[in-house]
Design a binder for this molecule. Structure first.
Ligand code: NOJ
Length: 576
């Protein structure tokens, strides 16, 4: 069980922070070559600041042949020349810090590219030599047969024959991504050295890619083994030590472990990592909205009471990968089936173990469930993660290679290429979206900024509101029964305030009864506009239209707190 003390959690910048994930080569092109870069990103930091996020997570930026979106690295201490150089990164970090934004780096620990010097050296080196042992070699492809093939649409084995080495090497992902051998102490040291390098550069945190797979042992799924946890504890203490030496605050260590909650949880502990993505929650959220029914989501949330404790979980809806649902290991089969049945737009878009579509097309372009899902994400305990473009309801580009359908250029303006780049079309990293309904000439930041009721303005308004509501960032979490099967309701409570949340995940209007007798007689006001509701009572009713939601402030009868509530309501009204 994670046991970080409340005091320790409160001292970390990331508690309840909102993370914005982006792909640097698809976000903004600063030099007009058709490829997004760090300079372009720097120029757009103002937008992220305006939007109200706290941290920017960049997918990998190191040198790479880009056969897996940069998750195939050839030089861990470099910036890919397409994106700029180390100086450009320094400038970006400095600029982000001036705006109060944190910068997260994607650290790929499990594997390298097969073009990495370490791998080239390994295949030519003597069997049994430390160089060869940088990777995992066998004379046949029979070992670790219980480890599932993750990228099943691309690979049918975790082993690849290498004619130079005369042996097979292990790759849990694509065949050009050989797994590093963490049983070799030199590998561990090399990767800790990489960590030091980026901490020294001023990075504020790390998203740790594919973390469960570092070690392998026969007779297991080769996921989350005790040896892996031991190494991660080493990594944590190394990071802490380095930060102390530099006199800077600790860096966030965030695990990508697509595992059921009980398997993902152990990564997050006092002496291990600070946070992990809760992918099981993501699957449950999609299943609930697909089904218009929240009982499984409710059970999930109530079973995992650790959601109460600070901000241990990072909460993604979509990211640069397929919406991973798994084979019944991550969440029960019936949850996967609900998503399969509830989203007709997913048909024909299954890739590996998930759905290869962006949020908006999955939701049929309907902004209402987009808001409902984000209203949950922004009010559940943890760190909400937004995937670039989802704040606009951006579309995808089916038919592009691998997961590129979800990685098309950010739409900024109605200029050509959606303002992403001035380069001629053939040079663009990926085609901008031109499909009806999602055309970047219409659906972009500039247009949505100018429309008061746009999805973008809703996200900004809601994020700014959240900033003013400490209970949503670090308050306790308590599910609250209500009488409607499509509505989920809960309380977030901190010393400062009590917030009631109700979200209708069904496509029909809902009227529901909530028992607010614990706050009997206290005033209840809708948070965003300050509109008064009937005082709290045992038979308190709420009406929510299809996919509607509401955050209410339950005011205290004491004059001091009630004026506090007034102040919050006032500042929110102004910021609208
Ligand atoms: C997880 C990343 O999110 C994904 O994009 C990548 O393909 C695999 N790890 C392999 O690095």
């Amino acid at each position: 069980m994670p046991t970080n003390s409340a005091a320790e959690l409160a001292s970390h910048w990331w508690e309840g922070s909102v993370i914005y994930e982006l792909i640097p080569r698809c976000f903004a092109d600063g030099n007009g070559d058709g490829i997004g870069d760090l300079d372009g990103l720097k120029q757009r930091l103002d937008y992220l600041h305006w939007l109200g996020v706290d941290a920017v997570w960049m997918t990998p930026i190191c040198d790479s042949p880009l056969r897996d979106g940069g998750y195939d690295i050839t030089d861990y201490k470099s910036v890919h020349p397409d994106l700029g150089d180390l100086q450009a990164l320094d400038t970006l970090i400095r600029h982000a810090h001036e705006l109060g934004l944190k910068v997260l780096f994607d650290l790929v620990l499990n594997h390298t590219s097969d073009m990495h010097l370490w791998f080239q050296r390994a295949r030519w080196a003597e069997r049994g030599s430390p160089e060869r042992n940088f990777y995992v070699w066998r004379d046949d492809d029979k070992s670790y047969s219980e480890a599932p093939v993750l990228f099943r649409h691309f690979e049918d084995s975790n082993w690849q024959w290498d004619p130079v080495a005369g042996q097979y090497y292990l790759h849990r992902f694509l065949r050009h991504q050989p797994d590093l051998n963490y049983d070799n102490p030199q590998v561990q040291e090399a990767m800790l050295d990489v960590l030091d390098f980026w901490i020294d550069r001023g990075i504020d945190g790390f998203r740790l890619d594919a973390i469960p797979f570092l070690f392998e042992r026969e007779g297991t799924r080769c996921e989350g083994l005790p040896e892996t946890h031991a190494f991660l504890r080493r990594l944590r203490s190394r990071a802490k030590e380095r930060c102390e030496q530099l006199g800077r605050e600790e860096v966030l260590l965030l695990a990508e472990a697509i595992q059921p909650v009980h398997e993902a949880m152990p990564y997050v502990a006092d002496d291990e990592l600070h946070s992990a993505f809760n992918f099981a929650l993501t699957a449950h959220l999609f299943a609930a909205v697909a089904h218009g029914e929240v009982s499984a989501l409710q059970t999930f949330l109530s079973e995992f009471r650790q959601l109460n404790a600070g901000c241990r979980w990072a909460l993604p809806l979509r990211n640069h990968d397929e919406l991973w649902l798994g084979d019944g290991h991550l969440v029960p089969e019936e949850i996967v089936d609900r998503v399969r049945e509830g989203f007709p737009n997913a048909e024909g878009h299954w890739l590996n173990w998930g759905i290869n579509r962006r949020l908006s097309p999955l939701l049929n372009g309907d902004p209402r469930p987009n808001k409902a899902l984000h209203a949950l994400l922004y009010s559940l305990p943890g760190m909400p993660c937004i995937y670039y473009g989802d704040e606009l309801g951006m579309g995808d580009y089916p038919g592009l290679r691998d997961r590129d359908a979800n990685r098309t250029p950010m739409a900024w303006t109605s200029e050509r290429n959606g303002g992403f780049s001035k380069a001629p079309d053939p040079l663009l990293v990926l085609p901008p979206i031109t499909r009806p309904g999602y055309n970047c000439q219409m659906m972009n930041v500039a247009v949505q900024k100018s429309l008061q009721g746009s999805l973008l303005n809703w996200h900004r308004h809601t994020l700014l509101s959240r900033r003013l509501l400490p209970a949503l960032r670090h308050g306790d979490f308590q599910l609250l029964e209500n009488s409607h099967p499509g509505v989920i309701s809960y309380i977030r409570q901190s010393e400062e305030m009590t917030i009631l949340v109700a979200v209708n995940l069904s496509g029909n209007p809902a009227s529901t009864r909530l028992d607010l007798s614990a706050w009997q007689g206290q005033q209840v006001r809708e948070v965003l506009g300050g509109c008064p509701f009937p005082v709290a009572s045992e038979h308190w009713f709420a009406y929510l239209s299809a996919y509607d939601y509401c955050w209410w402030l339950i005011g205290d009868v004491e004059p001091e707190s009630s004026s506090n509530s007034d102040a919050i309501a006032d500042s929110l009204a102004v910021s609208c």
